[in-house]
Design a protein around this ligand. Structure first.
Ligand code: UD1
Length: 342
């Protein structure tokens, strides 16, 4: 059974390809390599003993997308990760984000109709909830006005998928709303590899600890939280990847309750920035250099998931602890630097 993974050389995509192959699926990765490296395909092969098919493709290019699907009519399901995701950049260059994230989705959905591909899993985000009024946040919590064009692309994309599945009765879709994925594969062969200066907390921590960055800036310690720093629901990327396999199984076996479903993927537990730093220091034995600085504009104070629906309905539960997450991220950073003589 062939699964198309768009953005499959990226961070969450690559971990998902590993889990899919381990489950016996045949995977074709399509990625434009704008924020990932082709070497990831070799690493996936090392981990799983099987090389996924790879094609360099930008799904926002309509003609090339059609050509691709025309020669890959046997795709049983699509997992659509390929998208830009830097919140700050999206504020500066909104059209880049709307164009890429929405054109690619529309092209894919058009091709699904054209070539009768029935199943799509969409990579969504807890960003759609903004700062929720009630915590933990469940799938029924209200969608708040997006904080950034990036966040808006996730909201609009969910609406585009919902409307398409209503009008086209034979497309099944699942939107997975991720909380904060961190960590890396236990082999340390794949992990998060942001190009340039990382925006996200975990790669910034590991890059500071290894000496690539001078110090971590902790954005604000005057929030209404126990230690004053923001709280997030950090989830191990492998737990997250496994949920994608289950979502694919669910659609292929027609187990969905409707043809547009939404699941929160989180652990149900929130940790502050300082708690993440403490965990990292404990597992790595490295004292992290950090400074408390001004709040980062657009940050929500606290958010964590009610993951009951995914737990009960998908039979999935995030298993890995915060220490396992921070340790695997650290092992990956060290292994990457060693391999590349950095
Ligand atoms: C953001 C988006 C999320 C998106 C993700 C991917 C929002 C509200 N959230 O997550 O939708 O999927 O990026 O890029 O738009 N922090 C520091 N110092 C740093 C970096 C981060 O203190 O150098 C803090 C932040 O203030 C925050 C926490 O660490 O409290 C996590 O930040 P980050 O990893 O960037 O994720 P989010 O902002 O939660």
């Amino acid at each position: 059974m062939k699964i198309l993974v768009t953005g499959g050389t990226g961070y969450i995509g690559s971990h998902t390809v590993v889990e899919l192959q381990n489950k016996g699926y045949d995977v074709i990765i399509a990625d434009n390599l704008s924020n990932s490296h082709i070497d990831v395909v070799d690493s996936i092969e090392k981990i799983t003993g099987k090389r996924p098919e790879f094609i360099k493709l930008d799904f926002s290019e309509t003609e090339n997308t059609y050509k691709f699907f025309e020669s890959n009519k046997d795709i049983a399901a699509i997992i659509h990760f390929a998208a830009y995701k830097a919140v700050g950049e999206s504020v500066e260059k909104p059209l880049k984000y709307y164009r890429n994230n929405l054109f690619s989705l529309i092209n894919i959905l058009n091709c699904m109709k054209e070539f009768n591909i029935r199943n799509i899993v969409f990579s969504s985000s807890c960003t759609v909830y903004g700062q929720p009024d009630k915590l933990p946040v469940s799938e029924n919590s209200p969608i708040k006005e997006a904080f950034s064009p990036y966040g808006n692309t996730k909201q609009i994309a969910e609406e585009i998928i919902r409307d398409t599945t209503i009008s086209t009765k034979n497309i099944n879709s699942i939107a997975l709303r991720y909380f904060n994925p961190i960590g890396a594969h236990e082999t340390a062969l794949i992990g998060e590899l942001p190009l340039g200066v990382p925006n996200n907390l975990m790669p910034f921590i590991t890059q500071t600890a290894i000496g690539k960055r001078e110090f971590l800036r902790v954005f604000g310690n005057d929030y209404n939280t126990p230690d004053g720093t923001c709280i997030r629901d950090y989830i191990h990327v492998v737990d997250l990847a496994q949920a994608h396999c289950i979502a694919v199984d669910r659609m292929l076996n027609n187990k969905g309750k409707s043809n547009f479903e939404i699941f929160n993927l989180g652990t149900g537990k929130g940790y502050s920035v300082l708690e993440v730093i403490k965990s990292f220091e404990k597992v790595s034995g490295v004292k992290l250099k950090y400074k408390i600085v001004e709040r980062r504009p657009g940050d929500v104070e606290k958010v964590w998931a009610n993951a009951d629906y995914a737990n009960n309905e998908l039979g999935w539960k995030a298993k890995k602890s915060l220490d396992e997450m921070t340790l695997s991220a650290w092992n990956w950073e060290k292994a990457y630097n060693k391999k590349n003589n950095l």
